[in-house]
Write a protein that binds this ligand. Structure first.
Ligand code: ADP
Ligand code: MG
Length: 335
C-alpha cells in the first residue's frame, strides 16, 4: 500500500522533533504551549520556540505550559493541539491526511497513557499511528544493532525522565524510568543558588548556567559566570558570580540518582548480557547526556565504559525514521 507521507516523531518532555522520510529532521521545537485563558475558555496562542520565550514573562491572562511532564501527557488536549500544529508545520502544507506516523513513547507508561499518546496523534490528523518505546528508538538512532543476540545498554537522559534499558534480540530485556533529568538539574541549581547566595533565579537562567558551565566531573577550562537574580533579603536585583564547582555541587544529588538507577539495572541484568555491555559500553543519548563529564562520571561509578552517542538529541527521532524506512514494525490501520 502507498502512503502519502511517513513521519517519525519524538514527543519529548522538553523538545519535540519530527523527521520526514527522505528529508531528515524537519522540526525541532520546545514542547511548550502558550494558552490564553478567558471567559472559561482556553485558547492556544503559541507553541514551541515562541511559547518557550513566554515562560516566566507572560501577562496574567497567558500561561506557558509544558503539556508533557515527567514523560507522561499531563494535558491531553494541549498535547494534541501542539502536535497538530507541529505536524502541520513539518509538512509545510502538503497533505497529511494519510500520513503514517511512528511516535516514540517512554517505556514506563501505562496502557491508559499509551492510548492518550496514540489518540493525540490521531486527533492531530494522523491516519496510521505506530508507537515505539523511546529507549528502543534511542538505541536504533544511536546506531546500535538492537537485533543482535548481544546485550546493549542505552541511557537516555532528557528533560523530564532518564530511561535506562538493556536491549537484546530486538527486545527490551529490562528497563527503568527515573523522573530525574535535565529539569531536575535546573531545579537543583535554583535551590543551590538560593541557599548559598540568597538569590532567586528563574528556570531559564538555571538552564543557561547548566549549559555554559555545568558539569558532572571536573573539566579543563572550568569557569565562572555572572548572573543576575533577585536578592531575597531586600527583593532587589543582584549580580553574583557562580563557578563550575558550585554547579557541580548543586548537581551532585540528581547525578547520583541517575548513577544509582544505572547500577540497579546492571545488577538485575543476566550475567551474559552484562558481560556484553562491559564490552560494548553504555551508550548515552538525550540532551542532558551533553552535560560535561557525565559519561566520565557514569563510567567511573559503574565500572562500565560509557560513551556519548553522536547527535544525542536526535537519536530518538532518527530511530523512529529508521524504523519507518525499514518498515520492520507492524503498522496498525486505524478507523
Ligand atoms: P526530552 O526528550 O525530554 O524532550 P531532550 O533530549 O530534548 O529532552 O533534552 C532536553 C534537556 O537537555 C533539557 O533539560 C536541556 O536543558 C538539556 N540540555 C541540552 N543541551 C545541554 C547541554 N549542552 N548540557 C547539559 N544539558 C543540556
Ligand atoms: Mg527524549
Amino acid at each position: 500500500m502507498l502512503f502519502s507521507q511517513d513521519i517519525g516523531i519524538d514527543l519529548g518532555t522538553a523538545n519535540t522533533l519530527i523527521c520526514v522520510k527522505n528529508k531528515g529532521v524537519v522540526l525541532r521545537e520546545p514542547s511548550v504551549v502558550a494558552v490564553a485563558v478567558g471567559a472559561g475558555q482556553k485558547k492556544v496562542v503559541a507553541v514551541g520556540e515562541e511559547a518557550k520565550r513566554m515562560i516566566g514573562r507572560t501577562p496574567g491572562s497567558i500561561t506557558a505550559v509544558r503539556p508533557i511532564k515527567d514523560g507522561v501527557i499531563a494535558d491531553f488536549q494541549m498535547t494534541a493541539d501542539m502536535l497538530r500544529i507541529f505536524i502541520k508545520k513539518a509538512m509545510s502544507g502538503s497533505p497529511f491526511a494519510r500520513a503514517r506516523v511512528m511516535l516514540s513513547i517512554p517505556s514506563g507508561i501505562t496502557e491508559v497513557e499509551r492510548k492518550a499518546v496514540h489518540d493525540a496523534a490521531v486527533s492531530a490528523g494522523a491516519r496510521y499511528v505506530s508507537l515505539i518505546e523511546e529507549p528502543m528508538a534511542a538505541a536504533i538512532g544511536a546506531g546500535l544493532d538492537v537485533t543482535a543476540p548481544k546485550g546493549c545498554m542505552v541511557v537516555d537522559i532528557g528533560g523530564g525522565t532518564t530511561e535506562v534499558a538493556v536491549i537484546s534480540l530486538g527486545d527490551i530485556v529490562s528497563s527503568r524510568s527515573l523522573r530525574v533529568a535535565g529539569d531536575t538539574f535546573d531545579d537543583a541549581i535554583v535551590q543551590f543558588i538560593r541557599k548559598k547566595y540568597n538569590v532567586l533565579i528563574g528556570e531559564r537562567t538555571a538552564e543557561e548556567i547548566k549549559i555554559s558551565i555545568g558539569s558532572a566531573a571536573p573539566y579543563d577550562g572550568e569557569g565562572a559566570m555572572d548572573i543576575r537574580g533577585r536578592n531575597l533579603i531586600d527583593g532587589l536585583p543582584k549580580n553574583i558570580e557562580v563557578s563550575s564547582e558550585d554547579i557541580r555541587e548543586a548537581l551532585d544529588d540528581p547525578l547520583n540518582q541517575i548513577v544509582e538507577t544505572v547500577r540497579n539495572t546492571l545488577e538485575k541484568t543476566p550475567p551474559e548480557l552484562a558481560a556484553d555491555i562491559m564490552d560494548s559500553g553504555v551508550v548515552l543519548t538525550g540532551g542532558s547526556a551533553l552535560l560535561r563529564g557525565l559519561d566520565k562520571r557514569l563510567a567511573a561509578k559503574t565500572g562500565m565504559p560509557a560513551k556519548l552517542a553522536e547527535a544525542p538529541m536526535d537519536c530518538v527521532v532518527t530511530g523512529t525514521a529508521i524504523c519507518l524506512e525499514k518498515d520492520t514494525l507492524n503498522l496498525r490501520r486505524l478507523k
